[in-house]
Design a binder for this molecule. Sequence first.
Ligand code: PLP
Length: 469
Amino acid sequence: MKAHESDPTARHDNHELSERARKNLWLEVTRMGSFSPEHEIPVIVRGEGTYLWDANGNRYFDGLSALYTNQLGYGRRDIADVAATQIMELSYFPLWTYAHPRAIELAEKIASLAPEGLNRVFFSTGGGDAVESAWKLSRQYHRLRGETSRYKVISRNVAYHGTTMGALAITSVDAYRENFQPLTPGGVKVTNTDFYHAAEFGNDHKAFGLWSAGQIEEAILREGPETVAAVFLEPVQNAGGCFVPPPGYWQEVRTICDRHGVILVSDEVICAFGRLGTWFGAQKYDYIPDIICCAKGITSGYAPLGAIIVADRIAEPFLRGDTTFSHGFTYAGHPVSCAVALKSIEIMETEGVLENVLNNEDYFQSSLESLLELPIVGDVRGAGYFWGVELVKDKKTKMPFVGEEAHHLLRNFVVPEMFRRGLYCRVDDRGETVVQLAPPLISTREDINFMADTLRRVFEGAQKKFLSE
Ligand SMILES: Cc1ncc(COP(=O)(O)O)c(C=O)c1O
């Protein structure tokens, strides 16, 4: 069956489900008022392999792994079986004072895969609470060492790190922040690594990397090193469209953090568990952070789970005497989620999933780069199975689409056109105007061809409508 062919077994009524959703369901980060009986909420009812079906029986290729979660594809019986077995053995028990076998095994497994020296795993339920946990842990770590004034956190412009009040102070997307002022104090912003719009550096990626890392040091010095607890960065920044680190960037940031006693947190909520072709993003770019935040792909999206992986030297003062990290969540390290994560990691190992990403990384890149011949495509950037395509109004000047025009282009044209052609992925105008691709890690070259061909057709249509001759 080709993408977007109908599924004859579908027994759903999208209109009816949409109307029921409109009465009682509150969608996350969604303009609820934009739906009506005529403009229905799309309802996804089923997944199998790399495909999804909506309630009308239409099939879509999942170009975003749901929400950067689904590494292994949908509907795996072997994962369902371990979840069912775990429910019968021990459906739930907290990690408050007690331990359970699956959390012990998963912590061991994660430590064995993580960069050297990161051996202590504190579980959460997802990404935002992993980020919260890392910030709070950093603050308490400094306190335990007598540095009580270190509470601030440095993160990059346009970056997204979650929406809870603490994580929101680290997130830099205005749209998420503006209604919730005053925010938790201590969030400090620095430049991101958007090389495409850094014209003054010409082709010199290395100089740009050193300069942007230097901005972090400037911020630390400006704020006062004795007030800064941590720096939070993603290996590849998602919001804004897959900003990759320039060569030498991470190594320079590591040196700066060491120089000023600041904890370096690698927020790998998207990048960990194979998204970049390595277990962790830190391994792709060859640095050792003090804390890694992860979630999403840890269970391949089959159950909610997050974690922070902490370096021995940061964990050490917490393991003495009567010290407690006074922080936790009822469902952190849920046994069913841990069992699912263990199975998902095992499958990734036995089925060569990381190898699949690495084997196809260059092919994915060149397929997307072939779109650069279109006037509307300004830049293609990313790594592994994590790519962004930036759309521009004028390629020579790199002029972006902005405001209502960007909204109209993305939301009223690109998204419905991709959907109509059987491709589910994501558009983003939190920074520049980008289309984001992050397919399941089992996707093949045929799947990559489908994504690139579909985008080509959609962008050709967009050019006719949105670019003047
Ligand atoms: C880098 C990063 N950090 C944190 C989060 C927040 O994760 P969650 O939505 O699970 O709270 C996200 C979510 O997309 C993310 O991409």
